[in-house]
Design a protein around this ligand. Sequence first.
Ligand SMILES: Cc1ncc(COP(=O)(O)O)c(C=O)c1O
Length: 374
Amino acid sequence: MQIPAFQLERYFARYEFSARYLLSSSDCESLSMSELLSMADPEMTDAWETLKLGYTESWGHPLLREEIARIYEQVAADGVITVVPEEGIFLAMHALLEPGDHVVCTFPAYQSLYEIARAIGCEVSTWEPDEERGWYFDIDDLESKLRPNTKLVVVNFPHNPTGFMPTRADFAALVELVSKQGWYLLSDEMYRFLEVAPGTTLPAACDLYERAYSLSGLSKSFGLPGLRAGWLATQDLQGLERISQLKDYTTICASAPSELLATIALRSKERILIEQNERTRRNLSILDAFFERYQDQFSWNRPKGGSISFPRMLAVEDTFAFSEQVVAETGIMLAPSRAFQYSDNHLRIGFGRENLPKVVDLFSQYLDERFIHN
Ligand SMILES: Cc1ncc(COP(=O)(O)O)c(C=O)c1O
C-alpha cells in the first residue's frame, strides 16, 4: 500500500514528548491509573484482580461491548466491534471501499479520514467549511460534490480541527441526503460528549441510518488515549462482519487490561465527562479572553464542541515557521495548519489540558515580547 506520511502525527512525533508545554493536543487531561481503578465497581474490581493476560475475544470483551451499546439507541452489542480508533478508520475503509469508488470527506481533517480512501484507489472530494461563517459546513455544498459512483461520505463532528458542529436539523439533513442514495456514512464521533453548549450533543449517526458507522472511543472526551480503546457501532451487521475479518490482519483483538479499564471508564461515563467538560469550558473562557486581547493578531471562531480550535493568525504569514520558532524559544508546542495540508495561516489550539492557563500565560508573554516590545 502506497500512502503518504501522516503529517500531523509526524509533527506530534517530533515534539509531543520533548516540548515542555503542549498547546495543541486534542485529547483531554488524562486520568491516572489509580483514579480510574478507584471508580471500579465490585464486579470490575474482581475482574481486574483476577485478570489473566491471555488473548481476548476479537469483537471485544462482552461486558465492554454491552457498555458501549448502552450509548446507542438502535445498536445492540452485536453491532459493536472494539478497535483502536485509528484502526477503526483503516478497517472501515478497507471493508467498505474498492478502487474507483468516490468518497467525500470533511476537510481539513484528521488525515486518515481521506488518505486511506485515496491509498485504496478511490477518488476523494473534500467538503470544506466557510471560515467567514464560523467554519460552517454547507449541506448544499456537500450535495454538489456527490457523483453517481459515490460510495461513502465521511464526516467528523465535533470537527477536528475547527470545533464546528452542525445543528441537529443540519445533521439530520446530511444523514437524509446520504441515506436517500443508500451510500455509506462513516461518522467520526471521537469528540462526542464534549459540546460547549449543554444539551447540544448530536445523535449518533448509527442510530439514524442503517448504513452509517459511528466511530468513537475513549481517547479524546474521556482523556484515556493510552488505553487505545475505541469502537465501531453500526446496524450494518454484514459490513461489520467484513471489518471483523480484516481485524485478523491488524490487531486480532484488544489488549486485555485495556478492555477492563475501558469498561470501568464507561461505567463511570457521567462522572468522567462532567469533569472533562468543566475543564474544557473553564479553559475556553481563558481562550476567549486571550483572543479578545490579541484580536489584532488572531481571528478566532469559537468552537461549538470538542477540545480544539483553529484560529487564523493575522500577524504572521507562515504558521509552520512561527510554530517552529515558538517551540524553540519557549518550549510551547503549537500545531500549524500545514500539518493538516490546509493552509499556512492557522494554528490548532487544544483546550482540554489542566495546565492550559499557565501555557496561555507563557504564550501571551512571548507574543507581547515579539509583537509589542520589538
Ligand atoms: C478525528 C479523529 N479521529 C480519529 C482519531 C484517532 O484516535 P486515536 O489516536 O485514539 O487512535 C483522532 C486522533 O487524533 C482524531 O482526531
